[in-house]
Design a protein around this ligand. Sequence first.
Ligand SMILES: NC(=O)c1ccc[n+]([C@@H]2O[C@H](COP(=O)([O-])OP(=O)(O)OC[C@H]3O[C@@H](n4cnc5c(N)ncnc54)[C@H](OP(=O)(O)O)[C@@H]3O)[C@@H](O)[C@H]2O)c1
Length: 260
Amino acid sequence: MTIGFIGTGNMGSALMAAMASRYDLCAYNRGREKLERICETTGARPMGSAQEVAWNSDMLILAVKPYIIPDVLRDLAGHIRPETLVVTVAVSLPISLYEAALGSGTKIIRAMPNTPAAVGAGVTSFCCNAACTEADRDAFIRAFSTAGITEELPEKLMGAASALTGSSPAYICMLIEAMADAAVCQGIPRAQAIRMAAQAVQGTAKLVLESGKHPEQLKDEVCSPGGTTIRGVAALEQSGFRGSVIAALNACGEAAKDKE
Ligand SMILES: NC(=O)c1ccc[n+]([C@@H]2O[C@H](COP(=O)([O-])OP(=O)(O)OC[C@H]3O[C@@H](n4cnc5c(N)ncnc54)[C@H](OP(=O)(O)O)[C@@H]3O)[C@@H](O)[C@H]2O)c1
């Protein structure tokens, strides 16, 4: 199966890195330099136009910014083979917009991946249009499983998924950076501080996923009565830590709501 990418920026190249060892890849990007760099590292074939990628692809992944999507759809109309599965990763654009441009019989999957895809540890939420078959859905899950886990959701929840997983690498990096800053304040060298903070975040996430315990229980297990950890928890509560996280994801989810 050949997977084609239109747009090889942050998200497109993260997915290409994940899929490269299992799939034949081809790609087109507006700027040649970015295209050639990712093709060199992944072995993907660079193409000269979006149409050329479309003709060569069994699965066509649109990874350009949402405001560019209408231009790309205009370029692609009439150039997509009927059996090709079109996957869009653009935030806030409904499937109906793609159907209007490409025809309602076009197989379309709307997906919301995240950049940890580059290291095979991503989350991709997705929903399929009515033209997709069970085999299309399976092919999508197989391809995106190289980038991490997949979660099927109704289309109306794609904005919420965008906040929870698409954008959260930014928030989690802010947390890691702040943890490292505190460690540097207390004398740990910066490089070690970042490595230790990132491992603590990764390890805790793994514990949540593998223990099956509620996060609250895992938190309580670290907080001895009268101990040191609960003092940090109290300080976080005083500065509205949980409220801030909830407000951030709600603001992001609101901004990510569909725009026709
Ligand atoms: N970044 C994330 O974490 C993330 C997460 C989930 C979903 N997404 C979605 O992924 C999509 C891409 O985001 P991104 O962060 O990867 O943006 P990005 O880094 O700016 O990448 C977009 C790429 O599209 C290329 N491009 C622009 N116009 C083009 C055209 N007409 N034909 C072909 N290529 C074109 C750009 O090339 P030039 O730079 O040469 O112009 C650029 O390399 C967006 O729709 C976004 O909603 C992103």
